[in-house]
Design a protein. Structure first.
Length: 325
C-alpha cells in the first residue's frame, strides 16, 4: 500500500461514529474488515435487545436509552459482549465517571443497560454485577416564578402553541403526555384531563383549567383536529416531543427568561405553585402521577411558602442595632 493511500485512509469512523486515528503502518484493509464485523455484531445485538425490551414492556424512550448505552459499551471495547467480563464492565463505568461530563444517573442507567444485555438478552449470568452503583445526586428542580410563567405564556401568538403550553402548565403534564392527548381525553363536564398510559404505563386524571379550556376551544375551532388533540405534520401522527420543546424554547427566549429551564420545568412549576397556594401534598402527588410521596416531597425544598417567612439573622441583627440607637 502506498504512503499516499495510507494517509488517505488514516482516519476511520468507529462504530459509534467517532473518528479513529489509524497508524499508516497497519494493514488498513484488515482494520476496515474488523470494523465491519463489529458493526454487524452491534446491529445483531441491538435487534435482539430491542425485541427483549419490547417483550418486557419497556417504554420507547427507555428502549432507545438502553440501546444507546449498549452500543457505546461495545464500541468502547471494540469487541463483542460475549468476549467481555466483569473487568471490562468496571473499566467502562470508571471511564464514564472519570470523563467528568456524565451524571451519576447516566452511569447508573448505563449499568442497568449492560446488566439487561447479559442477563436478559445473552443469558450469561457469569457477569456478577457486584459493582457499587454511583450514589444518585440530589438535585432540586428548576422552578419558574409565576411571573416568569405568565411572561412565557403571554409571549405566544400562535393559537396551537398557546394551547399546548397553557395546557402543559395548567395540568402539570409531561411533554410525552401533552403530545399524546386525544380530543376525548378532555372531559369538559367534569373539568378533568384523562392522561392515558403515562410514565409507568399508568392512567390518571388531572385538572382542566377553565382558562386553558377556552384557549383549547379557540384552537379547535380554527384547526379542527380529528383524533390527536395536537396532530403532527405526518397524517395520523401526533406532534413530536421535540417540536413542543422548541416551542417552549422560543417562547422562553422571547419572554426574556434567562433561567436554564426546559418545557418540563412547567410541570415542576405547576407542582410548586400548587404547594405554595396551600394544596395538600397528597393531592399534588395524585395529579402528577407519582408512585411515592417521596418523589413529590422534593417540591417542599423549592417552595417559597415557608422559606420567604424566615428572617435572615443579618436582617435581625441590623434591626436590633438600629433599635439600640
Amino acid at each position: 500500500m502506498t504512503q499516499k493511500k495510507s494517509k488517505r485512509l488514516g482516519r476511520l469512523k468507529g462504530v459509534a461514529g467517532e473518528e479513529i486515528d489509524v497508524d499508516p503502518a497497519l494493514n488498513l484493509d484488515t482494520v476496515i474488515f474488523n470494523r465491519s464485523i463489529l458493526g454487524q455484531v452491534v446491529r445483531d445485538i441491538s435487534e435482539k435487545m430491542r425485541k427483549q425490551l419490547r417483550l418486557k414492556g419497556y417504554s420507547f424512550k427507555t428502549q432507545k436509552a438502553y440501546l444507546g448505552h449498549v452500543r457505546r459499551y461495545i464500541s468502547f471495547h471494540g469487541r463483542g459482549p460475549e468476549e467481555l467480563g466483569n473487568e471490562q464492565v468496571r473499566k467502562y463505568l470508571l471511564y464514564l465517571l472519570e470523563e467528568g461530563t456524565n451524571s451519576h444517573s447516566y452511569v447508573n442507567q448505563s449499568l442497568s443497560s449492560i446488566k439487561f444485555l447479559y442477563n436478559e438478552v445473552l443469558q450469561q449470568h457469569r457477569i456478577t454485577f457486584d459493582i457499587p452503583r454511583p450514589k444518585k445526586e440530589f438535585k432540586l428542580p428548576e422552578v419558574l416564578s409565576q411571573q416568569e410563567v405568565y411572561r412565557i405564556l403571554n409571549s405566544l401568538e400562535n393559537q396551537k402553541h398557546r394551547a399546548i403550553l397553557f395546557l402543559t402548565y395548567s395540568a402539570g403534564l409531561r411533554v410525552g403526555e401533552i403530545v399524546r392527548l386525544t380530543i376525548e381525553d378532555i372531559d369538559t363536564d367534569r373539568m378533568l384531563i384523562h392522561v392515558r398510559q403515562g410514565k409507568g404505563r399508568k392512567d390518571r386524571y388531572t385538572v382542566l383549567s377553565q382558562i386553558a379550556l377556552e384557549i383549547i376551544k379557540n384552537y379547535i375551532s380554527k384547526y379542527a383536529p380529528e383524533k390527536w388533540l395536537f396532530p403532527g405534520d405526518k397524517p395520523g401522527r401526533h406532534l413530536t416531543e421535540r417540536t413542543v420543546q422548541r416551542i417552549f424554547e422560543n417562547a422562553r427566549n422571547k419572554a426574556g427568561v434567562k433561567k436554564d429551564v426546559s418545557v418540563h420545568s412547567l410541570r415542576h412549576s405547576f407542582a410548586t405553585h400548587l404547594l405554595e397556594g396551600g394544596t395538600d401534598l397528597r393531592y399534588i402527588q395524585e395529579l402528577l402521577g407519582h408512585n411515592s410521596s417521596k418523589t413529590t416531597e422534593i417540591y417542599t425544598h423549592v417552595t417559597q411558602k415557608s422559606i420567604r417567612n424566615i428572617q435572615s439573622p443579618l436582617d435581625r441583627l441590623v434591626s436590633l442595632k438600629e433599635e439600640d440607637r
